[in-house]
Design a protein around this ligand. Sequence first.
Ligand SMILES: [Fe+2]
Length: 372
Amino acid sequence: MRVTWITEDDAPAVVEYGTTSGQYPFSATGTTTSYSYLALYHSGNIHDAVVGPLKPSTTYYYRCSSDPSREFSFRTPPASLPFTFVIVGDLGQTGWTKSTLQHIAATDYDMLLLPGDLSYADFLQPRWDSYGRLVEPLASARPWMVTEGNHEIERIPLLEPRAFKAYNARWRMPYDAGDSPSGSNLYYSFDVAGGMVHVIMLGSYTGFEAGTAQHEWLRGDLARIDRGKTPFVVALVHAPWYNSNEAHQGEGDDMRDAMEALLRAARVDAVFAGHVHAYERFTRVYGGMEDQCGPVYVTIGDGGNREGLADEYIDPQPKTSVFREASFGHGRLQVVNATHDDDQPVVADQVWIASLASNPDCNNPAGTGAQA
Ligand SMILES: [Fe+2]
């Protein structure tokens, strides 16, 4: 587990931890960085340290930079199924965000996945700090795995030519760890539940066409998955590849054209997106058509940001769009066993998804499922 925290003053990049509150027999030392933005803003000292090895399904108590006044705790994810993800995009820091965070905290979960658009700092760097304080109670307690949205870019020609400056400094993801390091904080993958679920975090705002580093990495990452051991594969992306909302129409099309065939050939089970501030679930789709071996597509960009909801939909509703609703909230993906998973209550919509690895029609090279 990587712990990231910020101190105003110089402080050691040390996390002390243990399984009993108030006792920290272990420690890990990491690194410290900082950044400036538009010459006016200087971040605090951004520390991160990787703690472990850790036992699964275990609560660890920890403190940062030896600060005795603040004890945190996190619970490590289970090493087997069932496994519960919270998925929420376009979170922001509004009253709606607060209510979404309360709803998330009210029911237990193992890991949070965020498909982009975190703080809506939008160039005003202190908003990254206030966002960190807002999510700290939850983000210090469970792994938060994020990928970038357009609001993370924060590039200003000539003045701030480096995109993702704050995001990369503050939200460092494990892109250099595991069997399939990507080399970029903007896309990466990891396994959970003892390898039963493979999660792929894609980058909508860095090169994705054939021949780019991301495309090459994705091909290799998908090729490495043994579906006999990993029944579920899900991907996250910011701009949706399927979307019948008027908002952001077509913005994910180029990336879909570049990568959709790879995902289908690898039998990726579901793709979650943000960007559109609403919820929408598609049936299994490929090439714009219903396809029993394509992923289920879900837009879950309704976390609570300050731009409000996207409530204008294209009429008539496409046949492939099963459910759509513009209201704030979050999603729960509970992976139950090797053949099914489901989308838990949160009132509006729920669905069972069977693993494509368990569908013989999608795994016979000569069969109808093998196109792509
Ligand atoms: Fe967005």
